[in-house]
Design a protein around this ligand. Structure first.
Ligand code: G6P
Length: 356
C-alpha cells in the first residue's frame, strides 16, 4: 500500500526516494503526448490572465515552495508575484493590487492560517486557486479552482516530496500562462532522472552529515536568488528533525550580522546553482572559510570547483531547486539518524496544523 513503509526504516527516506516518480507522475498528468498542457482547465488560465498580480499564501515548507514558484510566474508568465506567510497575511493584510489573484499552496489543504486567509479573500470577492496534495480538503473545496500536487500520501512530519511536487505544479502552471522556449515536459523527465541519480548516492550524504554535523549545535545554509529560497527549506529540514539550530538565508546578508556567529568548525552549507551570482557566492564561502567555518559547497556541474562537496547534475537553471534540495533532505535525514532521534516524528510538531 502507498502508506506502507515497506523496507524503509522511516517514511521520510521513502518519501525522499519517491520524488523521481512524483516528477514523472506530474509530467504525465499535466501534459499530453505532444507535450501540450492538458491538466489545467482554461478557467484558471483565463482568470489569471486578468490579474495584475499573484499572491501566493502558504505556511512552512509550502511557503518555501512558493518562494521558488514566484520565479516561474515572474520569469515565464511575466506576472508580478508576492509570496506571503498565511499567519501574517491573515491578521495584517497588506495593500493589494487592483486585480489580485490568490494561490493557496498546501500539502494538507487544512492549515488553519491559510484557511483564514481564504475566508477573508473570498469575502473580498477575489479569485482563488488552491494547489494541494490532499484534494478533498477544505482549501481545495472552498477555493474557486484547485490543482492536484499528486505526491501521494506524505506521512513523515518533515515534508519532502510535497515540496518538490508543489514547485513542479507551479512551474507547469506558469509555463501554461506564458510563451516559454523550453520543452518543460522533457525537462521534467530529465529532472526525474537526475533526482533518481542523486537519491542513489545516499552514502555520500550520510558521510557528509556524519562528518560535518556530529557534535555541532548550529549550522547554516546560504545561497543567492533561487538558492536563497532553497536555503530556507534546507535549514528548516535540518533543524526540525535533528534539533541542530540551523539558519538559512541570502548569502549577501552574512556580512550584516550572521558572520559573527561563525566559529572554528561551524558547518556552512552553500548552494551554488545560479550562474549570475556564483562568483559572489564563492566570495562569501571564502569569507566564512577564512573565519574557520567548515564549508560544504553543493554546486551544479557547470559552476563546480574541484573541492566542492557535491556536484549536482544540470537541468534548466530555474528548475535547479528541484535537485538542490535533495542533498539537504538526505543530510537532514542522516544527521537525525546519527543522533538516534525519531526521524518521522520530531518533538512538538504536527503534520497538519489546524489551529491558528
Ligand atoms: C506543518 C507541517 C509542515 C507544513 C506546514 C504547512 O507545520 O509540519 O510540514 O509545511 O504545516 O502545512 P500545509 O499542509 O499547509 O502545507
Amino acid at each position: 500500500a502507498q502508506t506502507d513503509k515497506g523496507a524503509y526504516p522511516y517514511y521520510m527516506l521513502k518519501e525522499i526516494d519517491e520524488q523521481a516518480v512524483v516528477a514523472r507522475t506530474l509530467a504525465g498528468h499535466y501534459f499530453n503526448d505532444e507535450g501540450e498542457i492538458v491538466g489545467i482547465g482554461c478557467g484558471i488560465g483565463d482568470t489569471i490572465k486578468q490579474a495584475d498580480r499573484l499572491y501566493i499564501i502558504a505556511a512552512g515548507t509550502s511557503y518555501h515552495a512558493g518562494l521558488v514558484g514566484k520565479r516561474y510566474f515572474e520569469n515565464w508568465a511575466n506576472i508580478p508575484t508576492e509570496v506571503h506567510i498565511a499567519s501574517e497575511f491573515a491578521y495584517d493584510q497588506p495593500l493589494l493590487s487592483e486585480h489580485p489573484f490568490f494561490i493557496f499552496l498546501s500539502q494538507s489543504g487544512e492549515t488553519a492560517d491559510s484557511r483564514e486567509v481564504l475566508d477573508n479573500i473570498k469575502r473580498q470577492g477575489f479569485p482563488t486557486l488552491t494547489i494541494a496534495n490532499v484534494m478533498n480538503s477544505t482549501l481545495t473545496r472552498e477555493a474557486d479552482f484547485a490543482l492536484p500536487v499528486l505526491a501521494g500520501p506524505e506521512i513523515a512530519v518533515a515534508s519532502t516530496k510535497a515540496y518538490t511536487a508543489q514547485i513542479i505544479v507551479q512551474a507547469i502552471l506558469a509555463y501554461s500562462l506564458g510563451d516559454v522556449e523550453l520543452d518543460l515536459k522533457q525537462e521534467l523527465a530529465k529532472v526525474a532522472v537526475e533526482i533518481q541519480a542523486i537519491t542513489d548516492e545516499k552514502m555520500t550524504f550520510q558521510a557528509i552529515a556524519e562528518s560535518a554535523l556530529q557534535n555541532q549545535h548550529s549550522a547554516f545554509y546560504i545561497g543567492r536568488g533561487m538558492d536563497a529560497a532553497v536555503a530556507l527549506e534546507a535549514a528548516l529540514k535540518l533543524k526540525e528533525i535533528s534539533y541542530i539550530q540551523t539558519e538559512g538565508f541570502a548569502a549577501g546578508e552574512l556580512k550584516h550580522g550572521t558572520i559573527s556567529l561563525i566559529e572554528e568548525g561551524t558547518p556552512v552549507f552553500a548552494l551554488l546553482t545560479q550562474a549570475k551570482t556564483a562568483g559572489l557566492l564563492r566570495g562569501e564561502v571564502a569569507q566564512v572559510a577564512a573565519r574557520g567555518a567548515n564549508t560544504i559547497t553543493i554546486s551544479s556541474k557547470s559552476l563546480a570547483r574541484p573541492d566542492d562537496a557535491y556536484v549536482l547534475p544540470e537541468v534548466d537553471e530555474l528548475l535547479m531547486p528541484l535537485l538542490a534540495v535533495i542533498p539537504a533532505q538526505l543530510i537532514a535525514y542522516y544527521a537525525t539518524l546519527a543522533r538516534g532521534l525519531d526521524v518521522d516524528r520530531p518533538r512538538n510538531l504536527a503534520k497538519s496544523v489546524t489551529v491558528q
